[in-house]
Design a protein around this ligand. Sequence first.
Ligand code: GLC
Length: 559
Amino acid sequence: MHRKWWQDTIIYQVYLRSFKDTNNNGIGDLQGVVEKLDYLKALGVDTLWISPHYDSPMDDNGYDVRHFQKVSDDYGTLEDFKTLVNEAHQREMRIVTDLVLNHTSDEHPWFEAAKDPSHPDHEQYHDYYIWHEGHTNEEGERVMPTRWRSWFGGPVWEYNEATDSYYLHIFSKKMPDLNWRNAAMRAELKAMIQWWIDLGVDGFRIDASNHIEKNWDFPDDYPGYHHFSSLPKHHDYLSELGEELFIPNDLLILGESGGASKEEALQYAGFDSTEFNMLIHFGHVWADIDPHNEQTPGKWAKGKTNLVAIKEALAHWINVFHGKGWNTLYWHNHDHPRVVSHYGNDDILWHEKSAKMLAVMLYLLPGTPIVYQGEEIGMTNVDYTELSDFRDVEVFTEYENFMRLGTSHEVAMQALRDRARDNARSPMQWDTTLHAGFSEHPPWMKVNQNFPLINVKLQQRDPNSIWSLYQQLLQLRKTEQLSDALPTFYLLEDPNLVVYHTQGAHHDYVVSLNFQGFACDSKDVIDVSDYELYYTNEPHSHEGKLQPYEARIYRRSRP
Ligand code: GLC
């Protein structure tokens, strides 16, 4: 395969709603991204992945699309979008947008027609969605077709009186799932995608891509996730898009699909795949779930972090894709807690050091990095004390679920502060002015009160800040072509340390770090006597010991 531009790029994920507000309505907007392009360029970023910018009632912050070819009034106009693409291209930067194809908003004109038999276009659109009449139980009552559970908690079925039937929604009830078996629906989606390609976008991130096919036998299992996840036919649909739209236009396609086996991952994103170029695989993301917690179960159950599992996941994906496809490197996205709170330590004492340790751990590895907005300054989980401080639709369905389980309000609130997606969505902390420089208007979601200490302005002036380290590491990746290397991991079974060796274009590197908040014996498994200490985040390094969250990079010139 010819080398592709996205193999050497650095991606930055912009969560539009919380990035930068320029019209002072408290909501981030497209002009805000334009305003910060130079900031991103200075950080070392070349490609932006932007969360959905489409017209939407914002039940799920834009992942519920009401009109695919309109820009949300919250975010600006189509002209603003064109300006963004144009300004990015002038700086040799690229724009990747989110493509939500599994569902629409229930306010999308297709669904308005589909749900209403008196609508003139009902016949045409009814079959664009997934309907079922339900069953009658032994007591003669009408019951839902299955007990499948939605990703946001609660059932996947919602009753629609006008058709006297249920529609399927695997996310919120305001997000009905599209019927991908309907060729007319697919044709309309493809025309829409072509329209964005013609506007100059450089790629797409395909949302919820492994869910687009369902088991139409509708077996009555609980929770039934496997009946709407990774079914073989979804690959056909993705290939259809790839062959007709993505490959001919040389786009970067980033697919969101968790839980793929090695074979399936290569089917998605091997070099000869017609589906994606890169996979968002979630391998390392929830390595701290306590399976015994019944008060806040599932991803909400925070347990001890399993470093071995994280290392294995990173090493696994590197090996799967080496020479056969392309790896993605990311700590988290807008659906997860902030990494410094999740896997580091956001206590004031350790915040900076652990954020730097995490950066060193990930960003010398091969593949294309995706830095999530605010990660470059170590933004932390939210400090919210009221349920009403949260904004995410998932928070409210799950809170109700916790209450049904008899969980106390305090325990539920702590689970939300630890795990909710809102943790990654609080407004970007630019400076120490009101609302952290995000907006002059009270933001749509509360700013984290730690912004006077954690903000871009402060860190950009400090050569030793987390921001400066990100800048340095992103630059290093490029000059050393670290994206292509095949690292060797050591001590994979060690619960505390991360050690690997990798080869750059000019130097050999050894990364050695302590993931824990206590000092550890450094177990010198690699002889670094002819290496120089290129970087450490620890001013008081001791021979033989790695201090809490200490990260070291050694290097030596290559012959
Ligand atoms: C993806 C998105 C998430 C969204 C969901 C439904 O997982 O990342 O934010 O809620 O799909 O579109």
